[in-house]
Design a binder for this molecule. Structure first.
Ligand code: GCO
Ligand code: MN
Ligand code: MN
Length: 393
């Protein structure tokens, strides 16, 4: 048993639906300035360790499991061994995706490369990877367009690139339907890295594209904490907008300091307050999706550090979930929220146009001096929230 897997109220279990990517715990610590700092952990070993730690599933890119140049016989053997490990442990593969960024052929993008042959190859690779995902039981298919973008806008017409991107998604939706795969597609926005600028940089950009597709009902979002935080945005607001639109199909949990490279740190480690409000949003709305960690251990770590990182990610989520329950049961906090409710913050307190209501509002007399004087008590509310987070309440 790894040293971090203590048995207490925060011990993860499969029903919590925590998942990791093969590429996350499998990250060997390579970065643009230095080589790997720990050996690559094999897929079968990852499956056994994650199951031991209480995870529900493991997700993958095609090439996390099957090396690029594997022969068909090698492929079949790798898939067979991987499936046997899943069978033995009960671990699931809820999500699959394609590596459309590692091979130099994708240096100018995959679905938005100016080279039409590259765009066709990207479709071929994705269709094969969708076949693999289905073979492993995946029902969500993620599209992270890491190389879809530019360093110089002299290179391609961004309007044309949007059309290529849309064509690819339409094509692959049809492929999923034709094969009877029943996939839900989840677009993952990111502002930059590895391209200087990436197309569909935010949740809002991706959402807007979805409604122009042939099958908007098949396509939603896979937002990531780090990516919105890099852009200086409030991640919970983006996730809320996706949720409200019924478009939160998947989520990448991790942690990030604003204004940096994509750090992909352990969930909750950089901004516990933002992580708390994210967990609150997901739990209060009873969102049924997978709690996926797209993050990796610090480069300083050896293999034990990787398992400490994985256990810590799940543990932090469960600790924050308990804090959410505490917030929701706190009489002082609920009293302050009831005051806001009485002022009209309750769900459903909305205005819908009718001629009659328009007339009423036109003739309404407002006590503006009193309204101007009335504070909101958010200082008290936030301090009480912080005291819950600090553990003194
Ligand atoms: C990143 C991305 C990736 C994607 C992954 C799945 O670190 O920049 O988040 O990790 O999530 O490739 O598509
Ligand atoms: Mn990331
Ligand atoms: Mn991600």
């Amino acid at each position: 048993m790894p040293r971090s897997a203590t048995q207490d109220a925060y011990t993860p279990r499969p029903e919590h639906h925590f998942t990791f990517g093969l590429w996350t715990v499998g990250n060997p610590g390579r970065d643009p300035f230095g080589e790997a700092t720990r050996p690559q952990i094999g897929a079968v070993e990852i499956v056994h360790k994650l199951a031991e730690l209480g995870a529900y599933g493991v997700n993958l890119h095609d090439n996390d499991l099957i090396p690029r140049d594997a022969s068909p016989a090698e492929r079949d053997k790798i898939v067979k061994d991987f499936k046997a490990a899943l069978q033995q442990t009960g671990l699931k593969v809820p999500m699959a995706t394609t590596n459309l960024f590692g091979d130099p052929v994708f240096r100018d993008g995959a679905f938005t490369s100016v080279d039409a042959k590259v765009r066709r190859h990207a479709l071929q690779k994705t269709m094969r990877s969708m076949d693999l995902g289905k073979e492993l039981g995946a029902f969500t298919y993620v599209f992270w367009g890491g190389r879809e973008g530019t360093e110089t806008n002299a290179s391609k017409d961004p309007q044309e690139a949007m059309k290529w991107f849309r064509d690819a998604l339409n094509f692959l939706c049809e492929y999923s339907i034709a094969q009877g795969y029943d996939y839900k597609f989840a677009l993952e926005p990111k502002p930059n890295e590895p391209r200087g600028d990436i197309f569909l940089p935010t949740i809002g950009h991706a959402l807007a594209l979805i409604y122009t597709l042939d099958h908007p009902e098949m396509v939603g979002l896979n937002p990531e904490v780090a990516h919105d935080t890099m852009a200086g945005l409030d991640f919970s607001h983006g996730v809320a907008q996706a949720l409200e639109a019924g478009k939160l199909f998947h989520i990448d949990l991790n942690s990030q300091k604003p204004g940096r490279y994509d750090q992909d740190h352990r969930f909750g480690s950089e901004d516990p307050k933002a992580a708390f409000f994210l967990v609150k949003l997901l739990e209060d709305s009873k969102w049924s999706g997978m709690r996926h960690f797209d993050s990796h251990a610090y480069r300083t770590e050896d293999q034990q550090g990787v398992w400490d990182f994985a256990a810590g990610s799940m543990r932090t989520y469960l600790i924050l979930k308990e804090k959410v329950a505490q917030f929701n049961a706190d009489t002082q906090i609920q009293g302050l929220l009831a005051d806001l409710g009485a002022r009209g913050s309750k769900a459903g307190a909305r205005f819908k146009f009718s001629n009659e209501l328009a007339k009423t509002i036109q003739n309404e007399q407002f006590d503006l001096p009193a309204m101007r004087d009335h504070g909101y008590a958010y200082e008290r509310l936030d301090q009480l929230t912080m005291e819950i987070l600090f553990g003194v309440r």
